[in-house]
Design a protein around this ligand. Structure first.
Ligand code: NAP
Length: 234
């Protein structure tokens, strides 16, 4: 049976690149996003390109009920989850003193609680199998303060905290936990930016690193990945 990866937010950007990389390597995949149309397109393209099964579920990961719908669909398959990538999230510009009230709450729901609840739903499957690998899509904004993305930065610091605690908690179960901290990566998140291409990384490079970290033996865990554009931060 193929190995199995679950990626939240896999129809675009870094999540999509990760799905493509793992599908290429013979994994079956499950993913979600808020657009059924994008999910249907992704499923038919991936299944055409690779000999893998693709499960797609429409779910807004900032909503507790939708997380349950997606995780229940995965659990119902009754098979081991080898890799979970908590990837769904978004960037919103703003400063602590001036951003609209509610920005922090909304950003935390989408970027942090999504990973917390999705992990809680799927970790018992991994514990049962005494193996698994959880990647949390943090950011260089998890380790450096960027004043133009206030709530985003707060959420990504929190997600790194979540990842570190999870790593300690899951050591004894044979489950690996990796925090991925990319700098600027050319994706839909940056579509309004007119910065030159060489200020960005390719999402495929992030996917290659995630795959390489997973492909190591179970004896090792890459705890943190920090990767920036060659020219540094924007
Ligand atoms: N790009 C960068 O420079 C960069 C750098 C560091 C970290 N990151 C992190 O990497 C992750 C992916 O970023 P990206 O740039 O690849 O973003 P992206 O190109 O905007 O893609 C995001 C993906 O997640 C889905 N998504 C977004 N919000 C969702 C939600 N609430 N529920 C379910 N699916 C959702 C999107 O589909 P729908 O919109 O249709 O739902 C899409 O498939 C994020 O956590 C981001 O913070 C990105």
């Amino acid at each position: 049976m193929n190995k199995f990866i679950v990626v939240t937010g896999g129809t675009k950007g870094i999540g999509l690149a990760i799905l493509q990389k793992f599908a290429q390597q013979g994994f079956d995949v499950a993913t979600c996003s808020r657009s059924q149309k994008d999910l249907d397109t992704l499923k038919s393209e991936l299944e055409k390109q690779h000999s893998c099964n693709v499960i797609v579920v429409k779910a807004d990961m900032s909503k507790r009920n939708d997380i349950k719908v997606f995780s229940d669909a995965v659990i119902k398959l009754n098979r081991p989850v080898d890799v979970l990538v908590n990837n769904a999230g978004y960037f919103a510009q703003g400063q602590i003193c001036t951003e609209p009230e509610g920005t922090l709450e909304n950003t935390m729901e989408a970027n942090v609680y999504s990973a917390y609840y999705m992990t809680r739903e799927l970790v018992s499957l991994m514990k049962k199998n005494k193996k698994g690998h959880i990647f949390n899509m943090c950011s260089v904004a998890s380790i450096k303060a960027y004043p133009s993305g206030a709530s985003y930065g707060i959420s990504k610091f929190a997600l790194l905290g979540f990842s570190k605690v999870l790593r300690e908690e899951l050591k004894k179960y044979g489950i690996r936990v990796t925090a991925v901290m990319p700098g600027a990566t050319r994706t839909a998140s940056w579509e309004k930016s007119d910065l030159p291409e060489d200020r960005f990384m390719k999402s495929e490079d992030i996917a290659d690193l995630v795959y390489a970290s997973h492909a190591l033996s179970d004896k090792s865990v890459v705890e943190e990945i920090v990767i920036r554009p060659q020219l540094g931060d924007i």
